[in-house]
Design a protein around this ligand. Structure first.
Ligand code: TMP
Length: 228
């Protein structure tokens, strides 16, 4: 089980969440560049995936194989991928003082499998205890876009490629997802920031940066002066 020792030398753990086409990849990349510019060692990773073992499970999940097994088994596959990712990549990096930016984490399981797959909270809590223990993101940025905009962006990004298992779900699914994320933001305001992502990437990046700076860097005048 992963522990979560909080000390100043430990890296920060920031997760990005949101529906399809919410712009997570672009925003994570921009934030990583800014943090590296502030001489904070930073890695970018993703779920499902992020470690060799978890990337194999990602392939299975996005192919739709997990869906055939049913929501609980699909959730177990996400949990297995997370377990490997946390132990192989996230925890070791945080221990070394590296900031970890992760494209999706347990809120995706809560929104997709919990809310939409109707997997019981007790089951999700049990899996969470086993895979991540006390590890929680220090900050979760939830990028919020209207469903039609997100789906258009996702289709443009995909080009000729067929939609994956979740992109292929209908508008009602994606509306439910947006709602689930908004509820997570309301339920955990200490950890989560809901960012309006229906704007140009640079505008959204400024909103994300403000959240990160205010939370972690406002005490460090030299870093803020370099980057504000
Ligand atoms: P993405 O990395 O391109 O966003 O694709 C990952 C997909 O997997 C996305 O549709 C959300 C879904 N997902 C879950 O359903 N549960 C999870 O716990 C995670 C991490 C992702």
């Amino acid at each position: 089980m992963a522990g979560a020792k909080k000390d100043q030398s430990r890296g920060r753990f920031i997760t990005f969440e949101g529906g399809e086409g919410s712009g997570k990849s672009t925003q994570i990349k921009t934030l990583a560049e800014r943090l590296n510019g502030a001489e904070l060692r930073t890695i970018v990773t993703r779920e499902p995936g992020g470690s060799p073992g978890a990337e194999i499970i990602r392939h299975l999940l996005l192919s739709g194989m997990g869906k055939l097994l049913g929501p609980e088994a699909e959730t177990l596959l996400f949990a297995a991928a997370r377990d490997d990712h946390v132990h192989a990549v996230i925890e070791p990096a945080l221990e070394q003082g590296i900031w970890v930016l992760c494209d999706r984490f347990f809120d995706s399981t809560r929104a997709y499998q919990g809310r939409l797959g109707k997997v019981e909270p007790a089951v999700l809590n049990a899996m969470q205890r086993v895979t991540i223990g006390d590890l929680k993101p220090d900050l979760t940025i939830i990028l919020d876009v209207p469903v039609d905009i997100g789906m258009q962006r996702a289709a443009a990004r995909r080009g000729d490629r067929a939609p994956d298992r979740f992109e292929a779900e209908d508008v009602k699914f994606h509306e439910g997802l947006r709602d689930a994320y908004r509820q997570i933001a309301v339920a955990e305001p200490q950890r989560c920031v809901l960012v309006d992502a229906n704007a140009a990437p640079g505008v959204v990046a400024a909103r994300v940066w403000t959240s990160v700076r205010d939370r972690f860097l406002s005490h460090d005048v030299s870093k803020v002066a370099n980057l504000a």
